[in-house]
Design a protein around this ligand. Sequence first.
Ligand code: SAH
Length: 234
Amino acid sequence: MLVSTAGPLNLGAVARVMKNFALSRLYLVAPRCLPEDEQALRMAVHAVDILEQAVTVEDLRTALSGCERVLGTTARPRTVSDPFLVPRSGAEWLLTSTSDSEVAYVFGPEDRGLSNQELAMCHRFVQIPTADAYSSLNLAQAVAVCAYELFMYGVPAPLPVQPTQPTSDELEGFYEHLEKTLLHIGYLQEHTAARKLEKFRRLLNRAQPSAEEVALLRGILRQVNWASSDTMAD
Ligand code: SAH
């Protein structure tokens, strides 16, 4: 819901970003510009249908009738004592409503934001975190941040592809092979080998190589063995 929006460009930009994030029901409370305004239509681009279907009402109370959860937005704290939600938790609160009733997000006018009286009709409040120096976002950009979080809520996070971890046998086999090879090519000396190998172990533990990567390293060792002596065992 947009309360007393003054700028047609903002109105069009809100419609556009609503469509981007799969929202469609726009309520205009006592708007100071019309959804059929030329500039609004131009800014909406492929979301003209949202402007055409927007419902205009005279006051916020009428717009909110039947809404079970109402989320107000404000750029700066006023007399609201409830702690502010960030848009992500605001989305969670709105979308976890258990009944079939409506829920609403309310945005204020560009010049003054929501009045205390309007904020009093909201049940929870979202403040988009910003730099202290300038906390007021452009109306359509504030809607964009909130709409994005609504859209993302419930979209499962992609599972990271888990590479196969090397078994302890594979790792120990690699270290033995490494030691033998490095001794063979003269990189390690018998008396300092243990200490140096310890450093390689630390490096590999930090890198957490996959089984495939350990096999890759063994491939190098095999090639070094082959190149330096054809008698050296794997
Ligand atoms: N001049 C007003 C700001 C209005 S911006 C003021 O200082 O209060 C227009 C609307 O965008 C606000 O009413 C609110 O709905 C939204 N908005 C802008 N910045 C916001 C922020 N940081 N957090 C939450 N909503 C914000």
